[in-house]
Every structure is written in C-alpha cells, then in structure tokens.
Write a new protein. Structure first.
Length: 236
C-alpha cells in the first residue's frame, strides 16, 4: 500500500481539494532503563510512521547535534567515573539546550513528528532518582532549558533491571566493548532509576504509556504501534 499523501504541515491529507492546515508537529519520546531496547524500537517506529506518510525526525539524547554528541562521549565514557552528579546533570541540560535549538523546536515548527530516544524524563529518573539529586533540582533546570517544549506522548519501555542489564551486558560483549558509565552503575542504581520512571508514569498517566519490554522485539513494537496510532488518530 502506498504511503498517504502528506500535507504541507506534515499531516496526512484526508479530504481532497481542501487546503491542508499547517500545525505544530508531535513530540514522541522513548524512555526506560539501559537494556530495554529503546534504540531498536525507535528505528522500527520511525519506519512505521514514514510508511504512513508522516515526516519524521528521529533523534536521541544526550546527543542529536555535534555539540551534544561531544557531551555524550564525556557522559558515557567509562573513564569519566568521578563526574559529580550535579556536573553530570548540567552537562546533560547543556546538550539538551543545543538539541532543542538545532533539532527539536525547528522540526516541530515544520510540523514534523519528532521521535527521540530519551528526553527530560531521563534526567528526572537518572539524576533525580538514580543519583539522588531529587526532582526539585532537575525541575529547576527543566523549567529554564525546556520550558513549554514537553513531550506529547512518552513510551516507557519497562523491564526489571536484572533482565535489562543482562541484555545490555550481552550487547556490549557482542560488540567487544566496555560498558558505559550508566550501564556499569549496578543493580541498585538502575532499580532507583526504574522507580523514578514508574513514579513519573503514575503522575502523568495521560502522557506516559508503559510498554512491557520483556517480550520479543515484534511484540513490543506491536504494542508501541497501537499506542502511537491511537494517539495520532485522536490528534488527527
């Protein structure tokens, strides 16, 4: 089946002969602890949305820009072990500010669907809960840097940390590479991060949808597509 025709504002045309409306795009984020398969699921979701005719801008955090990728290399390097939690948070929001300026906000203004591997929920979960900085500190950064640019829909890939870390370790073993800083933090750290994510999901039930990640890739993707398709249909 050929993809649907897309309007100038980035949305499938539904009525022939009627001038399409230009509207703000949609911001979708994928979240979860390390090893839940976010990168794989993002690629599959982006392919699905493009087949439906949506203009999609995939991206990731930390990163997404040249500056952001440099910061990412510092944050994830196994040699950056003594980075203070507050310094870590500041670097992440520095990368996020650049990401918003160069990628996210321009794409949303063009009416595109932005799909990001992590965004600000990760800071609340990893630094607020995992590093024990507390949500108040993270929220102060978030209000200044992100402001009103918040996700429309968040897909939380949830899995017990024991299984997720096992998957992450297996992935790095196949690549013959060392675990990154966050993956090497241990079980208790990732259990705190997961609790943080689940607390966000309980607080923001309309935005955050929990996707069970302890299934096959195809089963997880099917659940993601159902949620996203229903969401876009309501928006449409």
């Amino acid at each position: 089946m050929p993809p649907k025709q897309v309007s100038a504002g980035g949305w499938p045309k539904k009525v022939r002969g009627r001038k399409p409306l230009t509207r703000r795009g949609i911001f979708i984020t994928l979240e979860g602890i390390d090893g839940t398969g976010k990168s794989t699921q993002l690629r599959l979701l982006v392919r699905h949305l493009r087949q439906l005719g949506y203009p999609v801008r995939p991206t990731r955090e930390p990163g997404g820009t040249r500056v952001g990728e440099r910061i990412r290399s510092i944050l994830l390097a196994s040699t950056t072990e003594k980075l203070a939690p507050l310094a870590e948070l500041a670097l992440i929001y520095a990368a996020r500010a650049q990401h918003l300026e160069e990628v996210v906000r321009p794409a949303l203004e063009r009416g595109e669907v932005v799909v990001s591997d992590r965004y600000n929920d990760a800071s609340f979960a990893y630094q607020g809960y995992g590093r024990k900085l507390g949500t108040r500190v993270v929220r102060a950064f978030d209000r200044t840097v992100c402001g009103g640019t918040q996700p429309d829909l968040t897909l939380l890939l949830d899995q017990p940390p024991e299984a997720a870390l096992g998957r992450a370790k297996g992935r790095e073993s196949r690549r013959k590479s060392r675990l990154g800083r966050f993956e090497a933090q241990g079980l208790q750290f990732h259990a705190r991060v997961r609790r943080g994510y689940l607390a966000i999901a309980r607080r923001e039930k309309r935005r955050v949808r929990i996707i069970k990640a302890d299934r096959s890739v195809d089963e997880v993707q099917a659940s993601i597509r159902r949620v996203v398709d229903e969401f876009l249909a309501r928006k449409g």
